[in-house]
Design a protein around this ligand. Structure first.
Ligand code: NMX
Ligand code: MLT
Length: 442
């Protein structure tokens, strides 16, 4: 697989030269004005990060190296022509910037299979945690435990020149991605199938192997997992998981640390935990309304009740998007193509009709439309993966592809440690009303 690494370095080192040229020759250029509003509402919209893997447009959604999700579904190599694209192909695209051939992708699948061995102590760490600890706690702990394997860490300790940091980072990234399906499936089988584990099948592709080891290896689930792993892989650099991996990686922490930190961010309810919250909230609604086929009016009442309780409607809204997330639409299209009738999917589609007008009327919510998490759980649930507390782990496995491809890029570019400036509240108050008598002491 050395040729993929070689091609990546060829491409990335050209970009690295561009990076250095821009930095040296144009460092003084002013690129944005920052308002206080932006700073006080989560740094939204401030161009602060260099991320090459994907770019998010508020109205159009995500593009991976310029390709929309629909284009990826058409152009990336598949196992069978009518199936879904292989996520290995997206990883190649994010690393190298070109749509790979089917042969490239199958080679990448094989490479992952040869790197997939997880050391026993990682399973021991998982087993040491109580079974009622959240799957994301087990997942993040397992990744951290696997940092013993970091080649980057050893190279750094051995004093390797910083211009070669990318090389050992690349090896760590490949090993880490290769091992994630095994770790995720282990947690799933441990928690929900009496610790009865299933051996990997090295002839399967990365996503299909995950489905297989979880015990849901039908062709339909494999197809769903391939799509799932593609659409969750990346969402430009500013989302919590991607930004965390980048920030932690900027301290030259090894890729296991950087990715484990990203996973603890993904585990938050405003980020990837929302995919399990959606199903949990739907079950609460069914309980509350005492029917699993509510009318639109009943549903609206439950949504209003949730809002009155000061809670969010999970799966709706977004920090950047201002339209329906194309990842939602891709899953809806998948359901229309392959699933005839599913009570959970019907409820999710009904919510799509009922929720947006209500959220629009609230006034302050910038995006009343559904995001990726509004649909994903209903597909998994339909195919028998009903243990929804596990769903964020699947999001996490996929997100590795984007954030770890970016981490190797960061190392080729030699990005510096990230260190913004902070000020006490007093400083911000003095900026806007230095002499005001109305100021509360704080
Ligand atoms: N339900 C109720 N209130 C909402 C929602 C929602 N779905 N979305 C935004 N708001 C509120 C938000 O809490 C804020 O209220 P306040 O001023 O009282 O703090 C106000 O509307 C303005 O928020 P926005 O600027 O529209 O959104 P923001 O960028 O702050 O947050 C999310 C974005 C995604 C965190 C937010 O829309 C949300 O909490 N959604 C529900 C959770 C969710 O689905 N998260 C998954 C996101 C995708 N992912 O996988 O990461
Ligand atoms: C993501 O996929 O990371 C989420 O949609 C959140 C985001 O982009 O901020």
């Amino acid at each position: 697989m050395e040729y993929i690494k070689y091609r990546f370095f060829q491409k990335a080192s050209k970009c690295s030269k561009e990076f250095q040229r821009i930095k040296e020759n144009h460092g003084g250029k002013v690129i944005a004005q920052i308002t206080l509003e932006q700073v006080l509402s989560g740094m939204k919209g401030i161009p602060l990060l260099v991320t090459d893997t994907s770019k998010l447009d508020p109205n159009e959604g995500i593009r991976f190296k310029g390709y929309t999700i629909d284009e990826l579904r058409e152009k990336l190599p598949k196992i069978s022509p009518s199936g879904e694209p292989l996520p290995e192909g997206l990883f190649y695209l994010m690393l190298i910037g070109e749509i790979p051939s089917k042969e490239d992708v199958l080679n990448l699948s094989k490479d992952f299979a040869t790197r997939a061995h997880v050391p026993q102590h990682v399973f021991d760490v998982i087993d040491a945690l109580p079974k009622n600890s959240r799957p994301m706690t087990q997942f993040s702990a397992a990744i951290l435990a696997m940092a013993t394997e970091s080649i980057f860490q050893k190279a750094y300790r051995a004093g390797v020149n910083k211009k070669y940091f990318w090389d050992s980072t690349y090896e760590d990234v490949m090993n880490l991605i290769a091992r994630l399906p095994h770790i995720a499936a282990y947690i799933y089988r441990r928690n929900f199938h009496n610790d009865e584990h299933i051996e990997a099948n090295p002839r399967l592709d990365w996503a299909a192997n995950l489905a297989h080891m979880m015990g849901h290896g039908s062709e339909e689930v494999r197809r769903l997992f391939r799509l799932y792993m593609v659409i969750h892989a990346d969402h430009e650099g500013g989302n919590v998981s991607a930004h965390t991996a980048h920030l932690v990686g900027s301290a030259l922490s090894n890729p296991y640390y950087a990715y484990a930190a990203a996973m603890t961010g993904l585990a938050g309810p405003l980020h990837g935990f929302a995919n399990q919250d959606v199903i949990h909230w739907i079950f609460q609604m069914i309980d509350d309304l005492d029917t699993d086929t509510p009318t639109d009016e009943q549903m609206a009442g439950y949504i209003q009740k949730t809002l009155k309780e000061g809670r969010v409607i999970p799966g709706y809204g977004h920090a950047v998007l201002r339209k329906t997330d194309p990842r939602f639409t891709a899953q809806q299209d998948f359901a229309e193509r392959y699933i005839k009738d599913s009570p959970m999917i019907n409820l999710v589609n009904q919510l799509y009709r009922v929720v947006p007008p209500i959220l629009s009327n609230v006034g302050k919510i910038k995006n009343p439309w559904p995001n990726v998490d509004a649909f994903s759980g209903s597909l998994l649930y339909h195919y028998g993966i009903k243990e929804y507390t596990f769903y964020t782990v699947l999001f996490g496995v996929s997100r590795a592809l984007g954030v770890l491809a970016s981490l190797v890029n960061d190392r080729v570019y030699g990005l510096p440690i990230e260190r913004p400036t902070s000020y006490p509240l007093q400083w911000f108050r003095d900026l806007v009303d230095k002499d005001s008598k109305e100021k509360e002491s704080c």
